[in-house]
Ligand binder design. Structure first.
Ligand code: IMP
Ligand code: MG
Length: 423
């Protein structure tokens, strides 16, 4: 049986949570493979809104197995808060959720280090979510990390050693902090974590595949935030691309089936870093207001701009995307004209590929302009209802991106989802 992967092609917040939730009925297992509580996956159904951070979006549906893979970094405190809120709202998860023993733990001091490193960077700071993501992955790669499986044996000793190491670093940076309360909650949450199925998820997932089960891997963040291929150094600290599903779950590349790439009909970014199609005018503001573009984790205003096909082509290439999913097309329902970036002008020269360095100041986007569809599409139920201008827009995108757009989301609710073509 194959594993399908669903991931973001832009700077995150493409709407992955909603799509996983819509696609989940087709799968037996939903698995997260990277990132941590820096993610905020928003789902809306039956008049309720939920924000998931570490827990896979398949958790709402029946008897699916949900796996937090080894590639994820887990903050026990934030996990406990998230899990308890779900249980309170009538979504039991202790049986459904399996957590890899190899996932790395975010320590209270990782969060402090995240803040300290950002402060030290001053003006060139990344604008992280402050959840300790970078320092935790740093400890993983430098072979100093603590893993979920470590909580089962001699944990106090291991924790004390890691904390002491972090304290030395913070001392050398003269960074003031107080973790008393954070640490108390965190240690309580470690006990709570023990109540879950802590598993060797690479064995589990491969055994499930052998039994003929189907798996959907849920990416977090987006390709332009990938530590290797994103707009480095303004990136997150994990591989957000499709290959991350192999390393973050222990799945062989030959098991990957469909790669669903999610994009918004426009573009947003939170945090610092280059964003060639960013709009600073009324149009940008209109997109932000209509799209409610505020961070699910930090509440920060998202930067908004037109769709960037140069970056998208690059993202499709490095992920091997087989099908595209376009989100939030309804946000553009009321625009006279729609623009799509098809090239970058750098120092007077036009290029149509994603360059080594994208610096904010010297990139001028080259746009193709199309008439808007000026139609409220939010109640449509089939692609047959699409206005002509909208069809022209999606035809243009499919031609440029050389990949079919399989699903179009026309609103936040589960039901506002149009699946195109029958197979
Ligand atoms: P970190 O992942 O908290 O280290 O943040 C690094 C960069 O990635 C910052 O620009 C964040 O705003 C961005 N980022 C991290 N997670 C997300 C996400 O889930 N959606 C959008 N941006 C994110
Ligand atoms: Mg998000």
């Amino acid at each position: 049986m194959k594993v399908d992967v669903l991931l973001g092609l832009q700077w995150g917040d493409e709407g992955k949570g909603k799509v996983v939730d819509v696609l989940t009925p087709n799968y037996d297992v939903v698995a997260r493979f990277q990132g941590g509580p820096n993610a905020g996956h928003t789902l809306e159904f039956e008049g309720q809104k939920y924000v998931l951070r570490s827990i896979p979006s398949g958790i709402f549906q029946g008897d699916k197995v949900n796996i937090i893979g080894n590639g994820v970094v887990l903050d026990p405190s934030l996990f406990k808060a998230e899990a308890e809120a779900l249980e309170m709202s009538g979504h039991p998860l202790k049986e459904r959720l399996h957590i890899s023993k190899k996932a790395h733990l975010i320590l209270p001091t990782h969060r402090i280090l995240d803040a300290a490193y950002e402060a030290a960077k001053g003006k060139s700071k990344v604008g992280t979510t402050g959840k300790g993501i970078g320092p935790t992955y740093t400890d993983k790669v430098s072979r100093n990390g603590l893993r979920v499986g470590d909580i089962l044996h001699n944990f106090e000793e291991k924790y004390a050693a890691a904390k002491a190491r972090h304290e030395d670093i913070l001392k050398s940076m003269n960074y003031e902090y107080d973790i008393t309360e954070l640490e108390k909650q965190w240690l309580e949450a470690i006990e709570y974590l023990k109540e879950f199925h802590l598993v060797d998820s690479e064995h589990e997932i491969n055994n499930l595949l052998k039994e003929g089960k189907t798996v959907l891997c849920e990416g977090a963040q987006g390709t332009m935030l990938d530590v290797d291929f994103g707009s480095y150094p303004f990136v997150t600290s994990s591989n957000t691309i499709c290959a991350g599903a192999c390393t973050g779950l222990g799945i062989g590349p030959n098991k990957i089936g469909e790669v669903y790439g999610i994009m918004k009909a426009y573009c947003t970014r939170v945090g610092a870093g280059p964003f060639p199609t960013e709009l600073f005018d009324e149009t940008g503001k209109k997109i932000r207001d209509l799209g409610h573009e505020y961070g699910a984790v930090t509440g920060r205003e998202r930067r908004c701009g037109w769709i960037d096909l140069v970056a998208l082509k690059y993202a499709i290439m490095v992920n091997g995307v087989t099908k595209l999913i376009m989100m939030k097309s309804d946000v553009l329902d009321d625009f006279e004209t729609i623009k799509a970036c098809v090239g970058y002008k750098i120092g007077g020269q036009e290029i149509d590929y994603f360059p080594f360095d994208i610096k904010e100041d010297d990139i001028e986007p080259v746009y193709v302009e199309m008439p808007g569809w000026k139609t409220d599409m939010t109640k449509f139920t089939s692609e047959n209802e699409f206005p002509e201008e909208f069809n022209a827009y999606i035809d243009f995108l499919e031609t440029q991106l050389e990949t079919p757009i399989k699903i179009i989301s026309i609103g936040p609710d589960r039901d506002q989802t149009i699946v195109r073509y029958t197979e």
